[in-house]
Design a protein around this ligand. Structure first.
Ligand SMILES: NC(=O)c1ccc[n+]([C@@H]2O[C@H](COP(=O)([O-])OP(=O)(O)OC[C@H]3O[C@@H](n4cnc5c(N)ncnc54)[C@H](OP(=O)(O)O)[C@@H]3O)[C@@H](O)[C@H]2O)c1
Length: 413
């Protein structure tokens, strides 16, 4: 028996909006893969005087001109301006178009509206590149695990902070030189706030929650604590227990069926696959009720890895694929009435008072740290103050309902 290849059809005409790291990465991949069947027909950028790697006549300087071009089959939005990205993607979906985006901050803020628009207009929006770059996690959750309940989804979703933590762990370096090295090697932005403050992985966790649990969350209600206050003392504390500190996005189903999402530094032991996800790499562990544990690891950023995820979305669009958000019809309640066990290091007594620990199990005056349970609501309410005073917090992984001593979950990351 011979299997005939699919009949050749005209290449899909792509309107590419943005020609930076991701846009150029996609362009380069498609140049190397002419047989993939995608043609970058038009490219829109912003700055008419910037030096380009392609002849100037390849570029448009008004993205709206691409929106008005009915000959384009798909729009790929990869610009660095979240508000403008929302305007463009929204307009394209209003026209019933097929769109691919990589903009996690924009998506996390506007996902419910964008999903509703697709239902109204018949447009389709895919965004695999927005979470963990090259790792195919969104489609895995949406399509493959669409029918299976998930216990947890736990991940290292930000390569920049992971690189800094890895350098600190290996070299005993302090935060500032490790960050400077990450910036110099292109693994961290000049303004590191979004990555080091865990805002970027929080946006990604919000997107994962929509596909893993059908929970559409406001990013502000999800706790994010970063690593700006970390020092070599904290790395040594973790190492003394045979553990590493990683910024972990933890999405978890509780015994009562509700879900919680926390994005904070966490102690990770060698039993976890995430323990050896180092440098700029990302990793995700999916705990499914019947499949058990699955582990995905790969590059979370960069032109080619992210362009690869955009390419996968383009191929999926050609096959008529659209996200189903299969668990949205029975979305679980979001739980924030929990107590979280943390390690806190601060030289400000008022921070300890502010957090109002319900139980303290360990206190070391010399190293200025405390281990104990704190209400999640207090951490959310005071996160800006914690950041302002340079307090550093790591979760141990233990959670319990407010005001009881009954453990509801012990999550090894
Ligand atoms: N870089 C990564 O590894 C990565 C990974 C995952 C997701 N993402 C996401 O992908 C998106 C793009 O990131 P990037 O790193 O490729 O950004 P970038 O390198 O800064 O490039 C941004 C591009 O967008 C263009 N642009 C900005 N505003 C525009 C407008 N109003 N109209 C048309 N073009 C406009 C810029 O034009 P000019 O060339 O004229 O300045 C530039 O070409 C962001 O949402 C980012 O969060 C990036």
């Amino acid at each position: 028996m011979s299997i005939n290849p699919a009949p050749a059809s005209a290449p899909l005409r792509i309107g590419l909006i943005g020609f930076g790291c991701v846009g150029q990465g996609l362009y380069d991949i498609l140049q190397q893969q002419p047989e993939a069947g995608f043609e970058i027909a038009r490219i829109a950028v912003k700055n008419p005087t910037k030096a380009r790697t392609l002849p100037l006549n390849r570029f448009d300087f008004r993205a709206d001109d691409l929106l008005q071009d009915a000959s384009l089959d798909v729009l790929v939005e990869v610009i660095d301006d979240a508000d403008e990205a929302f305007r463009l993607v929204r307009e394209a979906l209003c026209q019933g178009r097929r769109v691919v985006t990589a903009n996690k901050a924009m998506l996390a803020r506007h996902l419910p509206e964008l999903v509703q628009l697709q239902q109204q207009t018949g447009g389709t929006l895919l965004y695999e590149a927005a979470v963990c770059g090259s790792i195919p996690v969104i489609r895995t959750l949406d399509a493959y695990f669409g029918a299976e309940p998930l216990r947890s989804v736990t991940g290292i979703l930000n390569g920049s902070s992971n690189y800094v933590l890895t350098r600190m762990g290996e070299a005993g370096a302090d935060y500032a030189p490790a960050l400077a090295e990450a910036q110099q090697k292109g693994f961290a932005e000049t303004d590191p706030t979004l990555d080091m403050g865990a805002f970027d992985p929080r946006s990604k966790a919000v997107l994962l929650a929509a596909h893993a649990y059908g929970a559409f969350l406001n990013p502000d209600e999800v706790l994010n604590l970063g690593i700006e206050g970390i020092s070599a003392v904290d790395i040594a504390f973790a190492a003394s227990q045979g553990q590493k500190i990683k910024v972990i996005a933890g999405l978890q189903r509780l015994p009562d069926g509700r879900v919680t999402v926390l994005v904070t530094p966490q102690l990770v032991g060698p039993e976890s696959p995430l323990y050896s996800v180092d440098d700029e790499f990302n990793g995700v562990v999916i705990e499914a009720d019947f499949a058990g544990e699955q582990f995905l690891r790969g590059r979370g950023a960069g032109g080619h890895p992210t362009g690869s995820a955009v390419l996968a979305d383009l191929a999926a669009l050609r096959q008529g694929f659209a996200y189903q958000y299969p668990k949205a019809a029975e979305a679980p309640e979001y739980a924030s009435d929990l107590e979280v066990e943390i390690y806190l290091r601060t030289d400000e007594d008022r921070i300890i008072d502010l957090l109002d620990f319900s139980e303290i199990s360990e206190e070391a005056d010399e190293d200025e740290y405390v281990v104990g349970y704190v209400a999640l609501a207090h951490l959310i309410r005071h996160r800006d103050t914690l950041r302002k005073y340079g307090a550093f917090i790591v979760r141990t992984g233990r959670l319990r309902p407010v005001s009881t001593n009954e453990l509801v979950a012990e999550v090894s990351a």
